[in-house]
Design a protein around this ligand. Structure first.
Ligand SMILES: [Zn+2]
Length: 307
């Protein structure tokens, strides 16, 4: 079942958008990685609605979200993938109506619905949630009970795949392998899957198991050697303007000119590094980013990080 009433008290539901229209970010695992990189213990949102209307479960509902700073207690946080208003889909509106009316029903209409922008000075969500949910000025849901519909059952994100398969899961696989996204598991995909499994020390068959999905969604962490590298926790956080030996190490990890000064060129290299991993593009290097950088450094030359 998608929604089980948590033990903690709920009185408000907040709607967010992911601030991205990139199809490769239309995946709860990517958002989870962003939030982990920001130092959260898990994804901040409880639900994520993809462009196709699929609802994925995020953070455990028993846990308070990390989504609306200062306004997290007693809330449920829902995020829709998207950034430009016109690019949100009908399927997403339907899914949002479905899950909100369901929540409203099981709480006997004693919850209100809000946009993140009501408690923060930024446009989030970008879509017109008020119209979609027919909210009154108190945030009460205006969808008539006759329109209550159960949210669709969650689709399995990661299913076993083999040569000849097609569909959404194959598209996700191709995105993670960084090859052309066709949605059809044919020769090129097969070759890449085999290469990837070989690199991971697995038997190089074409079958994509749960273990393979895990390795694909955590491409770098799985490469981290346990010894012979500095401890990322002991390295300082860096950003543009930083100087010193840690910046030199950063430059060596990025394979760029080493001068110990964190200038715009270094910032660009850091942002590109993060973008390649689907992480939020900022110049900040924290212990999580250090871990990824050191892993890349340790492995460069032996095998590519991505097949
Ligand atoms: Zn938000």
């Amino acid at each position: 079942m998608l929604f089980k009433k948590p033990r903690r008290k709920i009185n408000r539901v907040f709607i967010h958008c992911s601030a991205s229209d990139y199809p490769e970010h239309d995946n709860i695992e990517v958002i989870r990685q962003w939030h982990l990189a920001r130092g959260f213990d898990d994804i901040g949102y409880h639900f994520f609605i993809q462009k196709n209307g699929n609802i994925s479960k995020g953070r455990n509902l028993e846990k308070t979200p990390a989504a609306q700073k200062g306004h997290n207690v007693g809330t449920i946080a829902i995020c829709l993938h998207g950034y430009h208003k016109e690019k949100f889909t009908q399927a997403q509106s339907k899914a949002l109506q479905g899950i909100c009316s369901y929540i409203n029903k099981i709480y006997y209409e004693r919850v209100s619905f809000h946009g993140h922008e009501e408690v923060v000075s930024k446009a989030c969500p970008v879509l017109d949630y008020r119209a979609i949910l027919k909210l009154d000025r108190y945030g009460s849901l205006g969808i008539a009970p006759s329109h209550y519909n159960r949210p669709p059952p969650p689709q399995k994100q990661f299913i076993k795949l083999r040569y000849g398969d097609s569909g959404e899961a194959v598209k996700r696989l191709q995105q993670l392998l960084r090859i052309k996204v066709t949605g059809r598991y044919r020769k090129q995909t097969l070759a890449k899957v085999k290469d990837f499994k070989r690199q991971q020390g697995l038997y190089p068959s074409g079958i994509v198991t749960m273990q393979v999905w895990k390795l694909l969604t955590k491409p770098i962490l799985s490469h981290i050697p346990s010894t012979n590298t500095s401890d990322p926790k002991k390295l300082p956080n860096l950003k543009q303007g930083s100087r010193g030996s840690a910046v030199e190490l950063l430059q060596r990890c990025l394979f760029i000119k080493v001068d110990g000064i964190y200038g715009p060129k270094v910032a660009r290299a850091v942002k590109n590094f993060k973008a390649r991993l689907g992480l939020y593009r900022s110049d900040v290097v924290n212990s999580y980013i250090w871990k990824l950088l050191l892993a890349q450094k340790a492995h460069r030359g032996q095998q590519p990080l991505f097949a």
